[in-house]
Design a protein around this ligand. Structure first.
Ligand code: UT7
Length: 324
């Protein structure tokens, strides 16, 4: 049975950088008070990248995918499956994955979206690995891409300062060498109300609330506890110790969550990849973006063991252990 190995990665952030100070000025014009100090102290976020009006998720996904394909040394026609994780698709349908397939010219690929909010990339990576292990795909493009700025209530300071836009992608390929060595996914729909954008379009009108709403403190506690448990479970499944992990790449929602988690697991902060300071929370894009940053800056080397973790709306959470 072949392994599924990450052979390339790419990340793309829209060029418009909005610092906390810039955002505080913009929000003040609407009568909403926030500050760089509050955002920095509570979240570790210093800035975020935001799209210009009209830029869609597929646009970011295509850019990240092209970089990942180049990095893997593959052509778009080599890809036989595209799995795109997003909560901010371009349309109700077709799937954003199909739009990306067309833009890339990946004419031999099946394509579908995965919806698991901030756990989306971990869900999509696990799905891609399963296709490869079953012999149903050889080269899978796994993407996390979001334009969360479009579902934020810019009058709600408790959420709008936390998120950014972006996309990350990896190429997962059948290999005789170990790649994904463990995967563990979870959901608890009874917790759906602590983080949701509970709206839809029906009969041509918006029904419900189209904006993201969150009980921040409930999410905080749930995230730390669920990710700690998931890390233990995936290590047990793979027969490795937490001490064997070279790099922890958790969902980038809040530096305090990441630090709590690292301490709870006894993983030194020098082994934790952090991008939330520069990217803010990009939901399904956060893990592949962070992975790409740490591969490209030389921290993650071939043979290293990386723990990728997602947590978010649903509630969903999970972990993937990858031998790079
Ligand atoms: O992908 C998963 C998605 N989300 C997360 O992981 C988020 C998890 N939760 C968190 O990161 C934190 O709960 C937050 C960063 C969202 C909030 O931090 P907190 O320490 O839990 O703050 P809080 O909600 O208890 O609010 C404290 C105060 C409140 O004022 P009062 O009631 O004490 O007077 C808020 O109104 O901070 C106020 N506040 C703000 N002040 C300035 C809330 N947002 C802001 C803001 N600027 N942007």
């Amino acid at each position: 049975m072949p392994y599924a190995k990450i052979i390339g990665s790419g990340g793309y952030l829209p060029p418009r950088v909005v610092s906390n100070d810039d955002l505080a000025v913009e929000l003040a014009e609407r009568g909403i008070e926030t500050s760089d100090q509050w955002i920095r102290e509570r979240t570790g976020i210093l800035q975020r990248h935001l799209v210009e009006q009209g830029v869609k998720t597929s646009h970011l996904a295509v850019k990240a995918s092209q970089i990942a394909l180049d990095d893997a040394g593959l052509a778009a026609s080599d890809i036989d499956l595209i799995i795109l994780a997003t909560s901010t698709p371009d349309f109700i349908f077709p799937s954003t994955a199909c739009i990306v397939q067309a833009e890339l010219g990946a004419k031999n690929a099946a394509a579908f979206d995965v919806q698991a909010v901030c756990s989306g990339f971990v869900y999509a990576l696990t799905t891609g690995e399963t296709f490869i292990k079953a012999g149903r795909a050889k080269n899978v493009l796994v993407i996390g891409a979001e334009v969360f700025s479009g579902i934020l209530d810019w009058n709600d300071r408790s959420t709008c300062v936390l998120f950014g836009d972006g996309a990350g992608a990896v190429v997962l390929s059948a290999s005789d060498e170990p790649g994904v060595v463990g995967a563990q996914l979870n959901a608890d729909g009874t917790q759906m109300n602590i983080l949701a954008a509970a709206g839809n379009v029906s009969h041509g009108v918006v029904v419900g609330d189209p904006f993201l709403r969150m009980d921040g403190q409930a999410v905080f506690k749930f995230a730390v506890n669920s990710l700690a448990q998931s890390a233990h479970e995936v290590c047990e499944q793979a027969g490795v110790q937490l001490a064997d992990i070279d790099w922890m790449i958790p969902h980038q929602a809040n530096l305090r969550i990441i630090n709590f988690l690292g301490r709870k697991l006894g993983i030194d902060s020098s082994k934790v990849v952090v991008t939330v300071d520069r990217h803010a929370n990009t939901s399904a894009a956060s893990v592949p973006l962070a992975l790409d940053v740490a591969r490209k800056d030389g921290r993650i080397q071939p043979g290293h063991l990386a723990l990728l973790q997602g947590v978010g709306g649903g509630f969903t959470w999970g972990s993937v252990l990858v031998r790079m």
